[in-house]
Design a protein around this ligand. Structure first.
Ligand SMILES: [Zn+2]
Length: 439
């Protein structure tokens, strides 16, 4: 069950300090030893090979390529692969005109199975091995997503959307149904293999206070569950929440009052939060999922990452498919860089790669399993061909150091750069040997 792979390796051991050049390990000629799906050792090839049992085969087919941990997406909707790149409008119209009609199909038996498979494979093609995922209101959609994830043995967090008002009747549950259905999904999937459950009210406008109360009850009953929802994405949405919950001082307070804020809570967007709300988020240990391609696509606004971080709020990175326009975390890093530029701050490339790997693993509290190549962690990794296109090859040849190379990769790279994707040491995608056709 032991194997070894020789290539160039980069992973993070902490948040990188650009000036001090710390927080990461880089092996120009490295070897990683994998034992039974877990990382046994990583280091310079000369050192590892000197002590490696001669019976272990060393795969040298990736020499010249860069291996990094599998990319992690902290907020996405698997059913919305059906509406990615659907034209026009801002959040509330987009939900009514595209999202809700598309999600209604997931009530049909079998429909979600094929879409879940498509969604995971598209993630693998882009180097994403773990995600925090919204399903639809139908419990079948959660079964479909977790079944497909279990087949590939990938580490995934997901949950059934809870929604009991202000949405088409076909997509509404009741507070009791939302609670009971979530409870039986938790019993079926939470903690099974690499899967974990997230209680998932879509957002405050589509859940009554009664439903949010029951969501909070689930969190109290099962303290290791996650909570995912959206907050303060769009100004019309913020005004609507004020009307719906006049007793609350702010949007975030709606979630606080229902016991939904904690260290395992990830809130999508948070673009228009006020200082008091940011302070509350920091105090509760809640993370904001920054979804830059989605925020640009829906014209929602520009998240000020530096303002959030200065307030002590952890910011993680996410695609938000299908309002997000790309499965690629590389393209997402690029969009995050550009949004921050418009806010007057630059994100150093080392920091961007940290965010998409160890940083996101920490936000999801799974960094003891994945996020870097420390011994004992699960061997989820991707092989990057940094010369995948003529322009990449040319531009990489002109780089003088790692930071420059990483920046070129996040600017000129996309799914074409992902040569292969591996889950617990097992290849699930290869750009040359198209496994998709065999499955
Ligand atoms: Zn979303």
């Amino acid at each position: 069950m032991r194997s070894a792979i020789r290539a160039t390796f980069l992973h993070f051991i902490d948040q990188p300090d650009f000036a001090a050049n710390t927080g990461y390990e880089y092996y120009g000629d490295g070897v990683m030893v994998i034992n039974n799906g877990l990382i046994e050792a990583i280091g310079n090839a000369s050192e590892i090979l000197a002590h490696l049992d001669s019976s272990v085969t060393v795969d040298s087919s990736n020499v010249g390529k860069l291996i990094i941990p599998g990319l992690i997406d902290c907020h996405t909707h698997f059913p919305q692969i059906d509406i990615v790149a659907a034209y026009g409008e801002q959040l509330l119209d987009w939900l009514n005109n595209y999202t809700y009609p598309a999600e209604q199909r997931f009530g049909e038996s079998g429909y979600g199975d094929a879409v879940a498979e498509k969604f995971l494979r598209e993630g693998f093609r882009n180097g994403t091995t773990t995600a925090m995922v919204y399903c639809t209101v139908h419990p079948e959609s959660v079964d479909a997503f977790f079944s497909a994830s279990e087949k590939y043995n990938c580490r995934m967090i997901a949950g059934k959307v809870m929604m009991d008002r202000n949405a088409p009747e076909e997509l509404c549950d009741t507070p009791e149904q939302g609670y009971e259905q979530s409870r039986s999904l938790i019993a079926r999937w939470h903690g099974k293999g690499r899967l974990a459950y997230a209680v998932t009210p879509r957002f405050a406008p589509t859940s009554s206070s009664e439903q949010l109360t029951l969501a909070g009850r689930l969190l109290r009953e099962f303290p290791d569950l996650y909570l995912q929802t959206h907050v303060s994405e769009n100004l019309a949405e913020v005004a609507w929440v004020k009307e719906l919950f006049p007793e609350c001082d702010s949007y975030l307070q709606v979630y606080e009052r229902h016991g939904l804020l904690g260290e395992r809570t990830v809130l999508g967007h948070g673009i228009h939060l006020n200082d008091k709300e940011l302070g509350l988020m920091a105090a509760c240990g809640v993370s904001i999922a920054f979804c830059p391609t989605s925020n640009l696509f829906l014209g929602s606004g520009l998240l000020d990452v530096e303002r959030c971080e200065s307030a002590g709020v952890n910011v993680c990175l996410a695609t938000d498919i299908g309002a997000g326009t790309s499965f690629s975390m590389l393209k997402t890093m690029r969009a995050a860089y550009e949004v921050s530029q418009l806010r007057g701050h630059s994100i150093p490339p080392l920091r961007a790669f940290y965010n998409a790997t160890l940083g996101n693993a920490r936000a999801l509290k799974i960094d003891h399993y994945v996020g870097n190549f420390d011994a004992g962690k699960e061997a989820d990794f991707i092989v990057l061909d940094t010369e995948a296109t003529p322009l990449l090859r040319y531009r990489m040849g002109l780089c003088n150091n790692l930071q420059e190379k990483l920046f070129v990769m996040m600017y000129l790279g996309d799914d074409r750069m992902v040569a292969s994707t591996h889950i617990m040491g097992k290849m699930v995608h290869s750009s040359t040997d198209n496994i998709e056709r065999r499955n």
